[in-house]
Design a protein around this ligand. Sequence first.
Ligand code: MSP
Length: 671
Amino acid sequence: MSDQNSFYITTPIYYVNDVPHIGHAYTTVAADVLARYWRLRGRDVFFLTGLDEHGQKVQQAAAKAGIDPQAHCDKLAPQFQSLWTRLNISNDAFIRTTDAPHKVVVQRYLELLFSKDMIYKADYTGWYCTFDERFWTEKDVESGLCPDCKRPVERISEHNYFFKMGQYQADLIEHIKRHSSFIRPESRRNEVLGFLTTQKLGDLSISRPKSRLSWGIELPFDKDYVTYVWFDALVNYMSALDYLRPTPSQAQFWPANVHLVGKDILTTHAVYWSTMLMALNLPLPKTIFAHGWWTVDGEKMSKSRGNVVDPNKMVDEFGADAFRYFLLREVPFGQDGDFSQSALVTNLNSDLANGIGNLLSRTLTMIERFAGGTIPAIGTPAIPELEALIATTATGLPERIEHGFSALAFRENLQALWELVGLCDEYIDKAAPWKLAKNPESLPRLNTVLNTASRALRLLSVLLYPYMPQTAAQLAQQLGLSFDFSKPMPQTAYGWETPLAGVKIFKGPGLFPRIESTPQGAKTESDATTTPQPTTVTPMPTTLPPCPTASASSPAPQAPAPAQITIDEFMKIQLKTAKVLSAERVPKSEKLLKLQVSLGEGMEQRQIVAGIGKKYEPEALIGKTIVIVANLKPAKLMGIESQGMVLAAGDSEVRGLLTLLEDVEPGTKVK
Ligand code: MSP
């Protein structure tokens, strides 16, 4: 029996008939989050993933590619492994069913069941679906189509070996009824119970004649047959313990804590695998959790539709952590979800860039400015009600998260963490540390705000780690904490009251850049000089739109009359003063300068890319107070994000930058 402190988690082993897609990434990321969480909590975790390399699908894919099946598998396997590396998957082992020791275990099990008369040979005639690699009975098949994938089925008659699955029907029903966590979620449990209690469970054909399929593990008692791919594949969960982990790993890790699977392969796990284990006198896994499927932009994902989501592209474009976050934040685990790039971008901008990223950046900026870069000790309360609420929320969070992970409630856990992010933002906005900093008497209150926000960020980094390991490490590092996430985290890291004063912070780059809402591809420099339209949905901002009447090159009479706008329309544009903190040239561009501007003490900094480089040397701008459009959607110019627009006079040529006669504080409204 596995010991309480061990945690064995598996993903399905994926067919190597094609490159990995979002479905594969989904299960594997979810499993990784659980593995990371329990390791951090001090459990001895064994996290297994791998490849299902036998069977008809793989044989056909190899034939199509004109290569030997093993060569085909060897070619595709690294694509899965490299994706897992890129997605920061922390699997402890990677099994391939063509591994020699795996085959030995499969043959041992077959031999054992055969010797116990649990396997017999019989004639079989049925409807066979090549795609699903399974037989269907007469009543399952409608209009000659597979009830599962709707592809045509073939009538096949052959001798085969059968596993006496049917004799375990009552035991299996009993087991499911007695163990409420065995099949999850609840709706799937009811589905399985539903069909087990209303239909007779037949025996399972576990062989394929070599004349029809040669790519498989030979039956030890009949060399003319190979074993059915599922009988081979499911055994991976046990065989891995035999040779991919030092023994006695079976005693330590079996039964597995969680088999994560997609809803389409629940029956093979809940029924085939469970009855196989019963016949082998082995305990059943504690939980089989079936998650839902992703559609893409509302449609079924398929190669023929050309909408297969490539996880590698997502990592290239948004980074591993953002993609991991999206997968688990978007839909409740267990339900179907729809993937769309725009939903991912919205999610990234609101929760990551504006959420946790902004909270870290504003907190650290204020610690730098008002506390000399060291987290101050708590002083006197600044907003007692909010501080109490933050304290209650933060204190209860670790337990809530543990509960969530025990229930595989990935999304609910993220929501809980973001409640704390939201509370901290509200707290900072209301406490307005930049105002407190102006009065030496409010220093004790200011210190409380800075300390409280820092402690919340510390807790967030530990609890976020399973989902976003890179982000958590950056968070901890910028907060000046020497967390070692590769080891169990000490309890103090979860403690709200654990002091955090005197730590020197290391403010670094922002955690998440904001992304344009509509993918526009890489912008060229010439794009940057086209007339921007600040009130349209996707402007390309750099400088003020030229006013036709002010243009020297276009005579006034020929210029189209500028459309009039109402005062309400004008009021939508937020103009603000901003102080230029730094400025540098954008490489390979004559025109573009990259500015970092401040919108006031304690307020965020912005990066703005402006087409004013022909007129100004960067150094000349530092310290100047300029005017910017502050509520423009961010856009990328030559691959660099611009979070606003600088106002300047001029048409194709910049004549002068808008500055102010008086010394006005940055962040002041302009109207
Ligand atoms: N080889 C078998 C599993 C054997 S486990 C002992 C297999 N492989 S698979 O590569 O076809 O599928 C692997 C997983 O991907 C399944 O859990 C399946 O549910 C999942 N998905 C395939 N398409 C998916 C989506 N569109 N969305 C989410 N998951 C999907 O089955």
